[in-house]
Design a binder for this molecule. Structure first.
Ligand SMILES: Cc1ncc(COP(=O)(O)O)c(C=O)c1O
Length: 400
């Protein structure tokens, strides 16, 4: 997930272009900006890149989820289904909307299991957020099919898979609305930032107004005279981020993705010669962004031994099973219902009754899958790392 690796002259040029006009804000200052709208331009090319009708840039991937849920009208008491392997932001945004996160198991795609999704739908389910984890596709067609059957909208959390496709169609365009992150470690980065895409004009307008204090963005009056259809908040992206996004997006298909794919293929080739190693299920290898290489050992014990040997050889893997930011069983603040708010909202009601609670071990299939999974992060440039990783794999193979 390394857009920062290729920050260079293009990004500098874009940033200086903004600074030279001294207009850092995406709205207003029409005279001073001399027709230059970096955020607006970034939205336009991002929508084109994904093949979506509308794109709305926001301040982060978390903001993108929060605004998408607001646009869909998600309210306190609604249930929103997501998966037990994702970054905390996915369910934080659900709780922030007052809604109740419900977690599904993952399957060997490491994304939402469509069969478990079907079991978790109730009459209170108002949205489903599958997450295209670690650069690759969820079984999104099966997921949208289940969602359609029950008349529930799908929000695709594509924060980790910008540039990913399934049979040529961009991830984020399968559901009602798709969200992206451009934070410090993402495939393309604007420092902090996010994007929402949708084909639904009405939904786009709601999100656009909500993310900017309700401004109706009437081009015929000044900003101060604009009207409001409803209350909102501020989740705006600024011009410097839009400028960075333009430079980064221009490198996605021609530098970032091909380099990552080549690096990933080299490591995968070596790993595939180890009999006991199997690989994450990727529904469409062609559309994989290749930001991570994830493989399975036959047991937790073997995964730990393999990783120990990799670590001793100077190329330790990411072991998501122990990661405290991405895996349900390790989210102790969620499991213990810790909140900074009065009366422990959103976990309790003012009367002290439980609104929602979560217990460790509730997702045994997810645990079984993650306990056997090891992950090698892939970069754009790996000339120095590659020999070290390949050598570590060689050594680790001997402990199996
Ligand atoms: C799956 C997922 N969703 C949402 C986010 C939130 O993005 P941001 O850090 O831009 O708020 C992240 C960030 O890591 C993520 O991985």
């Amino acid at each position: 997930m390394p857009g920062f690796e290729i920050i260079g002259e293009e990004e500098k040029k874009e940033l200086l272009d903004v600074l030279s006009r001294k207009v850092l804000f995406r709205y207003e200052f029409d005279k001073e900006r001399k027709g230059v709208y970096k955020v607006g331009e970034f939205e336009k090319v991002f929508a084109q890149y994904c093949g979506a009708n509308h794109a709305l840039a926001v301040s982060s991937g978390t903001a993108a989820l929060r605004v998408a849920l607001a646009g869909l009208g998600i309210a306190p008491g609604d249930e929103v289904i997501t998966q037990g392997f994702t970054f905390v932001a996915t369910w934080e945004s659900i709780l922030d909307a007052g809604a109740i996160p419900v977690f599904t198991e993952i399957d060997e795609t490491l994304c939402m299991d469509p069969e478990d999704l079907e079991k978790k739908i109730t009459p209170r389910t108002r949205a489903i957020i599958p997450v295209h984890m670690c650069g690759s596709q969820a079984r999104i067609k099966e997921i949208t099919k289940v969602a359609e059957k029950h008349g529930v909208p799908v929000v695709e959390d594509t924060a980790q898979s910008c540039g990913g496709r399934l049979n040529g169609k961009s991830l984020g365009t399968f559901g009602k609305i798709g969200t992206f992150s451009f934070d410090s470690v993402k495939t393309i980065t604007t420092g902090e930032g996010g994007m929402i895409i949708t084909d639904d004009r009405e939904l786009y307008v709601k999100c656009s107004e909500y993310h900017d204090h309700g401004h109706d963005h009437n081009p015929n009056v000044g900003r101060g005279l604009e009207k409001r259809n409803f209350i909102g908040l501020n989740y705006r992206m600024m011009e410097l981020q839009g400028a960075l996004g333009l430079a980064q997006l221009s490198k996605l298909d021609n530098v970032i993705l091909p380099n990552q794919k080549q690096n990933k293929a080299q490591i995968k080739d070596r790993l595939s010669r180890i009999e006991q190693v199997t690989f994450r299920n990727i529904p469409d290898e062609e559309g994989d962004t290749a930001t991570f290489l994830i493989f399975f050992l036959p047991s937790e014990e073997k995964a730990r031994a393999f990783n120990q040997a990799m670590t001793e050889a100077g190329a330790g893997c990411v072991y998501w099973y122990e990661n405290t930011w991405h895996y349900y069983d390790r989210w102790e603040h969620l499991l213990e219902g810790k909140s900074v708010l009065r009366y422990s909202y959103p976990f309790k009601t003012e009367e002290g009754n439980v609104r929602c609670s979560y217990s460790k071990g509730a997702l045994p299939r997810t645990a079984a899958i993650l306990s056997r999974a090891l992950c090698i992060p892939i970069n754009i440039y790996m000339e120095e790392q590659l020999p070290k990783i390949l050598n570590a794999v060689e050594k680790a193979a001997r402990v199996l």
